[in-house]
Design a protein around this ligand. Sequence first.
Ligand code: ADP
Length: 630
Amino acid sequence: MAGLPALAYAGSMIGIRYFRAAVFLLAALAVGGLLYGTYRYAYEQIVAELHERAKSRLKIVVANLQGELDKYSFQPKLLAREPYVHDALAHPLNRRLVDRANTALAQVNGVTGALATYLMDRSGTTIASSNWALETSFVGKNFSFRPYFHQALEGRLGRFFALGTTSGERGYYFSFPVRIAGEIKGVVVVKMAVTLLEQTWQSEADEFVALDENGIIFLSTEPSWVFKAFHPLEEAKRNALEEGRQYAGRRLNNLEITHVSGQPLVRLAGSTLGETEDDRVATAPTSYVLASKTIPAGWKVMVLANAGEIGPRVRLALLVVGFMAFSAVLVVVNIVQRRRRLTERMAMEEQARAQLEATVADRTRDLSEAVERLSDEVAERQRTEDHLCKTQEELIQASKLAALGNLSAGLSHELNQPLTAIRNYSENARVYLDRGNADMALSNLGRIAEMSDRMARIIKNLRTFARNETVGVRPTRLLFAIRNAIALLEAEIEKAGVTVVLEQGDETIAVKGGEVRLQQVFVNLISNALDAMANVPERRLFIAVVADEQIAEVKLRDTGTGVDPSVIDRVFDPFVTTKDVGKGTGLGLSITFGIIKQFGGTISVQNSDEGGAEFKVRLLRAERHQEAAE
Ligand code: ADP
């Protein structure tokens, strides 16, 4: 059975452990989720921001480009109406007309800032050109392979990007048919420079590119990207393009770029191929956020905003949020720990309080049990005391009766003697009366009266002694009690041959006592003294009374044997006696002691230096005796 709580405790501990593990896991998941969410959010926000930047730059680029293109796209149309163009076409062999055309075209070209402005006949051969005077003159050259030529021959505005075969310069060509009498007789071409935009690009971090209709980068602020395919080219198409004259035999490598799916994001390899396989241009691997727009010319213009800042910014956001989460976790852990400590402390206090209460309850129970026991004991003592009191009263009475028994022999002698004397005196009185001797008769009658007085006194003493005095303390004349005791024992004293010397004190001294009991005290003490002096030659008993304000002391010193030292410490105990069986009871002094105690007094004994015992009875003084009602 004792194992059960332990099992439950272990169970609850395991439960707590699982709970903690679960809480820890949840917290870890929450922090993980928060960090992931932060990562996603920050990433998307920064990408969106960069995308916005790219888009706004793109707008500017496109507007500039469009402006340039618009500026040049009208040129061939206007030139196609010029008379010198018509004249030169009509008379290509007329040197003067051709020269005039050459000069005019050079002038126009100078004003517009184009790379070249020139006129071709229907066969594609250049008749007149703005660069006629230069080494790189187009005059006499046939450009019929150029698509813009065919586009113009078809009667529409031709546009084309190409790397100049003669000049080696990247150019954009605008062409327009020259109609004479409704018939297309030739084509006017304006070749504009496209590198201006590259040169005026302001940003260090961001790049822009323009792709032609083949997806080949022909404009780029990053020189190494020019003539690269932005989207990977199929081998057949690459070969075809490389063989065409549009790129003047340049190798068209792929830009090593990967698109991040679902994002306007591209990633560029750490190095990119140059003109040849061996010619690698090392660049840092970079990511860009892309914004693109296809303009009416058929080009795709793109701005690539450098995404290099995404990483650091996302990391910073993660750091900040991570730090906040860490702080929050710390705060929570702190709060939890504080609460746990508080709970533990409260539990401990509760336990201590319960323990204290239990201890107090135990003590209280012990105390009330003790109180109960004590009151039982008190009641028991009270009963015993009552019983003792009663027993003592009975004993006093019994001992008195015993004393009376002892006295009876003496008494009968005491009473018989006067009786005999009375009889004699009455006989004598009658004789004297018969003889007429009235005086003698009277004298005898007086003697008779004395005798009967004495008898009356003896009897009164006896009656008093035998009376059962009620318990209680009242003022009692000390010397009266002593004298009565002596009187009661008069016959005994005489018989024992003892001289009692009473040192007369103040007759009126009253003590707290009771007449009968006090008399008995002295009867007992005097009787013992008589016994002790039975076998000694000098038999005297000295009784002296001294008193101060509070105490009256009676000293009784005899000339007897003294108290046997073996019993002197116990003489006031009941049944302590040195007398023969049948003679002593050992109760006399014990009763005496009890009576004096009742009165609030004390009794002590010592053997005097002269030999014999000396008893000292000390009693409390009372108010002057008011004639006791005993
Ligand atoms: P009891 O007289 O019946 O023996 P008590 O109590 O009166 O009983 O006395 C006890 C004992 O004290 C006596 O037996 C005696 O030995 C001793 N004793 C008492 N009074 C005296 C005395 N005055 N002188 C010597 N011994 C005494």
